[in-house]
Design a protein around this ligand. Sequence first.
Ligand SMILES: Nc1ncnc2c1ncn2[C@@H]1O[C@H](COP(=O)(O)OP(=O)(O)OP(=O)(O)O)[C@@H](O)[C@H]1O
Ligand SMILES: [Mg+2]
Length: 205
Amino acid sequence: MNKGLFITFEGADGCGKTTQIELLDKHLKSIGKQTLLTREPGAKGLGIKLREILLNYDGEVSPNCESFLFLADRAQHVDCIIKPAIEEGKIILCDRHTDSTVAYQGYGRGLDIERINYLNNIATSGLKPDLTIVFDIDIETSMKRVGKEKDRMESAGTEFFNRVREGYLEISKKEPERVKVINSADSIENIHKQVLELIDKLWQA
Ligand SMILES: Nc1ncnc2c1ncn2[C@@H]1O[C@H](COP(=O)(O)OP(=O)(O)OP(=O)(O)O)[C@@H](O)[C@H]1O
Ligand SMILES: [Mg+2]
């Protein structure tokens, strides 16, 4: 059996990751592909408990602690869900993964990027996505989309989000083969078309 594909969806809050991942999942299923739609933090089981803390805990959380909680969730996710699905030949569509930690805790909160890369590598046992799509958007538009009900991560302020956005763009410059950027201010349909083009290229490679 062929090994599966691992595709991650990245970008700041409200950029349209979940909208696009669901559209792609629907499309792939409609053409007979086996997919696994999953997310970080908190795909299932223990991860859901970690997600609750990460998004809703209202006491002090040190940046280091926050990183390790995300990494703990990621290790569990990769070992118990993503790797088995790759072995089964599925196409894994993952809403946020390693680049979120680099963008948010690294560029956003100011933790050392090399150290985060090193820790990400331990959490994933070296697994890298075949393709990462970054949905790039200005903060005003994304905050309008998120609306008034913000979680702990979404309440961090405009400067933080500008650093996160720049972080994603830096990541794409460092790894242009893996990381592709789509302008997410476009319509849902046009963005979906661009996502399909990237998937086609991946199959042709
Ligand atoms: N291209 C688009 N144009 C206009 N509205 C959009 C577009 N894409 C998504 N939206 C809307 O913006 C809101 C946020 O989108 P979505 O939940 O997909 O973002 P997200 O990146 O998953 O956010 P989060 O990081 O908070 O999970 C939703 O109400 C969605 O319908
Ligand atoms: Mg989402």
